[in-house]
Design a protein around this ligand. Structure first.
Ligand code: DGT
Ligand code: CA
Ligand code: CA
Ligand code: ZN
Length: 570
């Protein structure tokens, strides 16, 4: 577990102690330790002298931290979860309900779950508690409304680190022979309802017991020896479904639980043509009463005389209707450089040099610095004069930093009337020009479409960033005729962006596939990083491109520097 994950367990322990009514000094000791662990630059595992070496961590808290690190469990937290009613942790998820409030309603009103809390609110019983009044009741009611209306799907980019941690722990368990992600998580869908895993083991009870005793498990939904379902809390709460199968069944189970449901239906139909049945246990030959098992997923598709399909494409969008094997889709290894990033010159957190060094560390060959343009005042957009000075700094960084080429670019606003934020004589000086929309999102479809087309027709504009403007769960795409945009992209040679930000993923998988197949559009995948860490979301962009069936050659970030520069010049 990393420091952040350990801190999250310590905070949960402090919360549950407070709910229980433990000594406030002890509770604070855990909160202080959690802060110290989270803020420590050194990883807990590499601290000389153990966790006590951190100021803020005492003997008692250190022994709990050691248990978490060494065994992956937290006994005091487990004991509190056993002792307290199982509906209480959920109450902590409600905005406005801190551990003190949960303690008060539990101990003084006997409230043990959400339903009882709503009943108590209805009967106006909370206001009888000291420090509570009608205002506080209203606030909690509002919190419950928001809690109930929260999106039932979570962003893939937010849950991936948690999924990776769970997968790592499963693989480390001595009774686990193989473990893999499944479901929409493995297909890398932009949002997921839960985290699915498939595990091969000969000792399912042992693995099941280990799962339910993980310190982040707040509630056990199902504890069997073929399926374990739990609520898992690490910064946020999400359901985790784990299937336990024998090693012989693993591959068939993995195909089945990866889905999608629609893709599985097609596999079953195909098997039927041969007189076979597909299930999570294998493919069954009814006539010969024989079950086929497989060494890997490729063999499953081979057996059905179908092309192999990567998990990201298993959506029943025609992936089984091709005659030949699929071409190789873009991979992370193909990616040579990020062409959309911000620095302290506008609203980024790091300098050009810091971004260049971080990119070099990632193994990139080039990057483009593309800060905002003058009209975007909220993001301290650059004037033409700022740009000139920034180019001098970029030239210096290019001289000082080996192994990477920094291109001078801009993310230029397309103004509401369709004009660009800079005249051509400014743009012509730059290596790379991105145009994008950051205002007047509500325009009607004709106005918005023309506005973007006008930018694309300028020969100095290379890229349209985040072309639909959607923010998952937050903002719908703007009204725009995407078919006309794709047509113009092909005609003008404008490259369309797949923005890898977990909220954006714009263009999405659906549009990528359509734009490539029907119009032959070229793309660029960028992180739009506002810090060095921001570059870390690139796997999300690559996965989305794979879901959109893109090959490396459809994406200019896979080009060599020479080829990229030639393309930008043309
Ligand atoms: P989600 O969870 O909504 O993001 O999407 P999935 O695809 O992960 O759905 P989930 O978690 O309900 O099930 C995981 C996989 O298990 C699913 O992709 C295919 C398989 N599966 C689950 N239920 C059924 C079913 O009733 N029929 C079939 N054919 N497959 C199922
Ligand atoms: Ca799922
Ligand atoms: Ca599931
Ligand atoms: Zn940007």
């Amino acid at each position: 577990m990393n420091n952040k994950q350990v801190a999250s367990v310590l905070n949960q322990l402090a919360d549950m102690m407070e709910v229980n009514g433990d000594n406030p000094f002890k509770v604070n000791a855990y909160r202080r330790a959690a802060r110290a662990v989270e803020n420590s630059r050194a990883s807990l595992t590499e601290l000389d002298g153990g966790p006590e070496a951190l100021s803020g961590v005492g003997k008692g808290t250190a022994s709990v931290i050691k248990e978490i690190l060494e065994t992956g469990s937290c006994t005091p937290l487990e004991e509190l979860r056993q002792k307290l009613p199982e509906g209480l942790p959920e109450l902590l998820q409600i905005p406005g309900m801190g551990p003190k409030t949960v303690h008060a309603v539990y101990h003084q009103l006997g409230v043990t779950d959400l339903e009882a809390l709503e009943q108590a609110l209805k009967e106006k019983r909370l206001r009888s508690l000291s420090g509570f009044g009608p205002k506080k009741e209203e606030k909690i009611l509002e919190g419950i409304r928001r809690y109930r209306e929260r999106p039932d799907r979570m962003l893939l980019g937010h849950v991936l680190p948690v999924a990776e941690e769970i997968l790592k722990r499963l693989r480390e368990h001595p009774a686990v022979e193989q473990a893999e992600t499944a479901g929409s998580l493995r297909r890398m869908k932009e949002t997921v309802k839960d985290l699915d895993f498939v595990v091969a083991t000969r000792h399912p009870e042992q693995v099941a017991d280990a799962i339910v005793s993980m310190p982040e498990v707040t509630r056990v939904i199902n504890h069997g020896d073929t399926k374990v379902s739990v609520m898992f809390h690490q910064g946020f709460e999400i359901q985790v479904d784990i299937r336990l199968v024998s090693p012989e069944q693993f591959v068939a189970a993995l195909v089945h639980f990866t889905g999608s449901k629609e893709h599985n239906v097609r596999l079953r139909q195909r098997a039927k043509e041969f007189g076979w049945k597909v299930s999570e246990y294998g493919i069954y030959d009814v006539k010969r009463d024989e079950v086929f098992t497989f060494a890997d997923e490729k063999e499953v598709y081979q057996k059905l005389q179908l092309p192999y399909v990567i998990p990201e494409m298993r959506e029943d969008r025609g992936e089984l209707d091709v005659e030949e094997e699929h071409p190789e889709r873009i991979r992370l290894e193909d990616y040579r450089g990020d062409l959309h990033m911000h620095t302290r010159w506008s609203d980024g957190a790091h300098s050009i040099r810091e971004m260049a060094l971080a990119a070099e560390e990632r193994g990139y060959e080039y990057i483009a610095i593309t800060d905002h343009s003058q009209s975007l005042k909220v993001a301290s957009g650059l004037t033409a004069d700022d740009l000139r000075r920034q180019r001098e700094e970029i030239a210096r960084v290019n001289e000082e930093v080996d192994g990477i080429t920094v291109l001078a670019g801009i993310e230029m606003d397309i103004l509401p009337g369709g004009e660009l934020d800079f005249p051509d004589e400014v743009l012509v000086e730059l290596d790379l020009v991105i145009a994008s929309i950051h205002s007047a999102f509500q325009q009607d479809q004709e106005t918005m479409t023309k506005r973007i087309l006008q930018a694309m027709e300028n020969p100095h504009v290379h890229i349209i960033a985040h072309p639909t403007g959607r923010l998952i769960h937050r903002r719908d795409p703007y009204a725009v005729d995407m078919h006309r945009i794709f047509q113009a992209a092909k005609e003008t040679g404008t490259v369309l962006e797949l923005n890898a930000n977990p909220h954006r993923l714009d263009l999405n998988d659906y549009w990528l596939k359509l734009a490539r197949e029907e119009y032959g559009v070229d793309f660029t995948i960028n992180t739009d990083a506002h810090s060095t860490e921001g570059m870390g979301v690139i796997p999300l962009g690559i996965a989305t491109a794979r879901r959109g069936w893109l090959e490396a050659d459809h994406v200019i970030n896979t080009y060599s520097l020479d080829r990229l520069l030639a393309r930008l010049k043309s």
